[in-house]
Design a protein around this ligand. Sequence first.
Ligand code: TLP
Length: 335
Amino acid sequence: MIDLRSDTVTRPSDAMRESARDAEVGDDVYREDPTINELERRAAERLGMEAALFVPSGTMGNQVAARTHTERGQEIILERDSHIYRWELAGLAQHGALQTRPIDGNERGALSADAVRAGVVSADDHRPGTGLLALENTHNAAGGTAIAPDTIDAPARAAHELGVPVHLDGARLGNAAVAHDVPLARMTREVDSVMMCLSKGLGAPVGSVLAGSQAFIERARRVRKLLGGGLRQAGIVAAPGLLALENVDRLAVDHDNARLLAASLAELPGLSVHEPETNIVLVETERTAEAFLDRCSDAGVGGVAFDDHLVRFTTHWDVDREAIETAAERIAGVC
Ligand code: TLP
């Protein structure tokens, strides 16, 4: 099976497995795990923030951030197709007692400063007040679109002018940074917190990092504990995470492979292919996504349905150029 369902399916490299075995560890709830401490220090540095916190998953990172920034009963503004809104089990309501205000982004999932201004409500005797703006880069549902640094800065500044903090879901921030050829820290210049996954294209088996100011991370540490995310000898998983942090530039290979896949599929009947910007290829299918994916699976290629007639294929470091060529041939057979 050439598994293009997600970049989360990668197996850790031998080097990652060895690093886990050899990791120096301690009890991280006492802040005594040297490998976790090193990962948090390096992640903060790379993300241009004062401090960082290791979290077991991207979902927990986003939820901890939302809960830490806000008070119960406030509103959170987010893009209508954002992961936090669509795919995190209404965690904002369940953990944070937040009311969501989904607003429309453009076709690439980017929010304008004007849309943010229009969406902010100030607290009074009737209105809850906006507690947070959440942005996403790359934007998953829009097809892994790499939102430009300026286009992240603009809505973030608009929120700040109205006293609203900003969180960035940067599950695939490395892909966005590589696509725009800028350091990770350029992508976070105007936001207050960022979550980045180590376990997607960067290849770690487990984990994400949440970064922000020192004071924010101190508060976030308590929320992480509350949600059951206080880990003990977590250096075992932080060690592969440290190696993953070095894999940002490698993401360019996945982007090349996504372009190759898209170009091959574009020639096939019954498919309409979106031009990929990073490692995600969206394909509109004439037959239902489910029927198409069943046939792909029989032919030995995995993908996921994003809608009734929309399929996502994702490239990652367990599929090289040759595997992409084979996948394209198999999908051609299906078509
Ligand atoms: N996304 C997964 C699925 O949940 C859709 C995937 O295969 O793409 N933010 C973004 C933008 C994400 O794409 C994801 C995972 C998360 C957050 C959550 O990360 P995890 O899976 O570590 O909780």
